[in-house]
Design a protein around this ligand. Structure first.
Ligand code: GLU
Length: 326
């Protein structure tokens, strides 16, 4: 009898979970989808940790961290209401909000609002020592993984390769290289199998897909030379210079100069301001920061005091109230 009751309770709970919410049955349950990135990146595990924090701290809130093609796709998902929250690069968030660069055809994705700037995302151009490739110019004629379709990585790859003459912005296509549109984990696998010669990744360091590759292969990262870094920053001002320290990956024998952007958390303007306020409150609790830091070392960079540095779009009203300390 007891068993039957338990079963009945489980069935009821499942029905409750899957039926579309109505005022009377689910007044207290709110569901949000958090768009992250590929499973070999940093967005995905950190997004999972954030979802856990919010569900523990805010009664009746269900947050699901979804794997996606990352920044460019995430901006569209939030604007279309298919996700309410997203992790996204600050350069991509800006272009989306303004409807420029890769968003020209979409027009302005005006529903995006900022919640917090999180940590630096580093442009990493990965190859293996055995390819003999030492500079970006050496990529001529090579097969290059440029990022998943709809990723911020791919946007960064295009901008950088354009400066080296490997992307034609008028014809909107890569020239003198063969692009492969791969997320981090498949790009690392393709490097291992010799199916690509190099791969772009824009992500917090160290990035799981590269750590794993360096465990068995001699990973080399290509530098973005100083004059090219300056040209990039002059044209697309969200880039800043950053040096990847040697030994970030096991086989990295020297520091590698490159550029970086910032990861940020965004919400749709349609999410309730009080809820966004509560989510930020929960996120910046000492125990939450501890969990984020334990999830990935870049999670240790997340601080309330620095959460507006590099904010590239207007703040969500709930975030505005939070940072004003009201
Ligand atoms: N910044 C990357 C992109 O939008 C994703 C990084 C990650 O998954 O950690 O392409």
């Amino acid at each position: 009898m007891k068993r039957r009751l338990v079963l009945f309770a489980i069935v009821l709970a499942c029905v409750g979970l899957f039926l579309p919410g109505t005022e009377s049955t689910q007044a207290q349950v709110r569901r949000l989808s958090l768009a992250t990135g590929g499973v070999g990146g940093v967005y995905y595990p950190l997004g999972g940790a954030m979802a856990k924090i919010w569900m523990e701290k805010i009664p009746g809130l269900i947050v699901t961290a979804e794997a996606t093609g990352a920044s460019v796709m995430n901006a569209r998902l939030v604007h279309r209401g298919e996700a309410q929250l997203a992790l996204i690069q600050n350069d991509i968030a800006y272009y989306a909000f303004e409807g420029t660069e890769m968003f020209e055809a979409d027009k302005a994705l005006g529903k995006l609002r900022g919640m917090a700037v999180l940590y630096p995302e580093v442009i990493q151009i990965v190859t293996l020592k055995e390819t003999g490739i030492k500079t970006i110019a050496d990529l001529k004629g090579k097969r290059v993984a440029v990022g998943a379709p709809g990723s911020g990585t791919e946007a960064n790859a295009r901008q950088i390769l354009e400066l080296y003459g490997f992307y034609d912005p008028v014809a909107k296509r890569y020239t003198d290289i063969t692009p492969e549109f791969l997320a981090f984990a498949p790009a690392a696998a393709a490097l291992k199998d010799g199916k690509v010669d190099a791969a772009f990744l824009t992500a917090g360091i160290p990035t799981a897909a590269v750590i794993e590759l360096a465990a068995t292969h001699n990973v080399v990262l290509l530098p973005v030379e100083q004059d090219k870094a300056e040209a990039l920053m002059a044209r697309w001002p969200f880039y800043t210079r950053l040096t990847i320290p040697m030994r970030t990956y096991k086989t990295l024998e020297e520091d590698v100069p490159t550029v970086s952007v910032m990861a940020m958390l965004v919400a749709s303007v349609d999410v309730d301001a009080e809820l966004v306020y509560q989510m930020l409150q929960a996120l910046f609790l000492p125990e939450s920061l501890k969990l984020l830091c334990a999830t990935h070392v870049r999670g240790c960079d997340i601080q309330r005091e620095r959460a507006l540095e590099g904010m590239s779009i207007p703040l969500h009203p709930g975030a505005e109230r939070f940072y004003k300390g009201e």
